[in-house]
Design a protein around this ligand. Structure first.
Ligand SMILES: *Cc1c(COP(=O)(O)O)cnc(C)c1O
Length: 421
């Protein structure tokens, strides 16, 4: 079977390693024939994939442009320098480090730059929408440091800034982290800056989820407020699977040293080149329109799911993602994930704030619209998808799931991911 999407070298891979060539084809088929609602995923451009599949992967380049520990870095230096300049310009940042291998790697570098083992910091609790690297017991961030967690208020389900301020005054943290992976609403960066200033803490925003919306100028930026902003590059931002850090000039040297040599070895130059490609794409009017559409779609999908009896946590969303409480339809997050999957719809179970069910079961699901919007779907399709999800999760009848799967195939045929050229 031929596949033009992967380019001419794919035929060679098919002959030398058909098993892995088939995995690449099967994954492409999976993307083209399903509805992808994972809020942290997106479909990168062929240009980004080309940079990822390049010989820059071979190059050892420990250090930074112009100051490397290896010879022969003059070519890859160009890619990293262009990427740094694009990041600074796109985010209006003093300094950018493109070397973190992932969001988790970016975060450990921030810890390395500002904290000593045992130090106290404040972060959003995981069950209220935070992240494993913000102090979960199973993570370095919980094992080697002393996290104190704030959460959302029970009534509004929004960040409880009064609690955050009280905890900051009580515990005098060295750092306050804002951000998480299941926060549907905007964060008040100004309020957190004021609290950080009052107690003399570093303000770290982990913008992994929403940085793409910032890049496309659809929501306010944390960059003017935060000492340091870390993020992933593969979520709404639509770049390669990786991480990045931007910060104020006064922290530039500490961040660079914490990424390399404190936490990482050689940078992945092919990924850095791919990040540069993505950053250029993010500066276009097309990308700005894309992120506005992502939010419009997210709000339409959320309204449709609410009409199906799935309650949006906080009442709605300002971003690319929504968290739905399924207690009203008496379905667990785990059941919903499986039933949607049986119907060709990929979403994830997710704890909701004050969830009575354990993390392996949950009372909620998280959905996001970055991938569907990249495929070109709009508000009418969100209404159809909300209805499909509603029908899928409320039954365990396989024939209903098979019927929805056929509808998914119809829809994805009209809006293909990675269209055949
Ligand atoms: C996704 C995410 C990360 C981790 O990114 P990886 O690239 O998977 O390591 C860190 N923080 C937040 C808030 C995230 O959403």
């Amino acid at each position: 079977m031929s596949e033009t999407f992967f380019g001419s070298d794919f035929a060679q891979l098919q002959s030398t390693d058909p098993e892995i060539a088939n995995v690449l084809l099967d994954e492409l088929t999976r993307l083209r024939t399903g509805i992808q609602l994972i809020a942290s995923e997106n479909f990168t451009s062929p240009a980004v994939l080309t940079a990822l599949g390049s010989t820059l992967s071979n190059k050892y380049a420990e250090g930074y442009p112009g100051k490397r520990y290896y010879g022969g870095c003059e070519v890859v230096d160009v890619a990293e320098t262009i990427g740094i300049e694009r990041a600074k310009s796109l985010f209006g940042a003093d300094h950018a480090n493109l070397q973190p291998h992932s969001g988790a790697s970016a975060n450990i570098a921030v810890f390395g730059a500002f904290l000593q083992p045992g130090d106290t910091y404040l972060a959003m609790s995981l069950p209220h929408g935070g992240h494993l690297t913000h102090g979960a017991g199973v993570s370095y961030s919980g094992k080697w440091f002393n996290p104190v967690h704030y959460g959302v208020a029970e009534g509004t389900e929004n960040i409880d800034y009064d609690q955050l301020r009280d905890l900051a005054r009580e515990h005098k943290p060295k750092m306050i982290i804002a951000g998480g992976s299941a926060i549907p609403r905007l964060i008040d960066f100004k309020a957190i800056r004021e609290i950080a200033d009052e107690v003399g803490a570093i303000m770290h925003v982990d913008a992994a989820h929403f940085i793409g919306l910032v890049a496309g100028k659809a929501i306010p930026s944390p960059v003017p407020y935060a000492d340091v902003v870390s993020f992933t590059t593969h979520k709404v931002l639509r770049g390669p699977r990786s991480g990045m850090i931007v910060c104020k000039q006064e922290h530039a040297a500490a961040i660079d040293k914490a990424v390399f040599p404190m936490m990482q070895g050689g940078p992945m130059m092919h990924v850095i080149a791919a990040k540069a490609v993505a950053l250029k794409e993010c500066a276009t009017p097309e990308y700005q329109k894309y992120v506005k559409d992502v939010i419009v779609n997210s709000q339409a999908l959320t309204a449709g799911l609410a009409a199906e009896g799935m309650r949006p946590v906080t009442g709605g969303t300002d971003t690319h993602l929504a968290l739905l409480d399924l207690q009203g339809i008496d379905v667990s997050g785990k059941e919903a994930e499986q039933r949607a999957s049986d119907s060709g719809i990929v979403l994830n179970k997710n704890s909701i704030p004050y969830d009575p069910k354990p993390a392996a079961v949950t009372s909620g699901v998280r959905v996001g619209t970055p991938s569907l919007t990249t495929q070109g779907m709009g508000v009418p399709e969100m209404a159809k998808i909300a209805s499909m999800i509603g029908r899928a999760v409320k039954t365990d009848n396989p024939s209903v799931h098979a019927q929805i799967k056929a509808e998914v195939l119809d829809l994805t045929a009209q809006f293909p991911a990675y269209p055949r050229s």
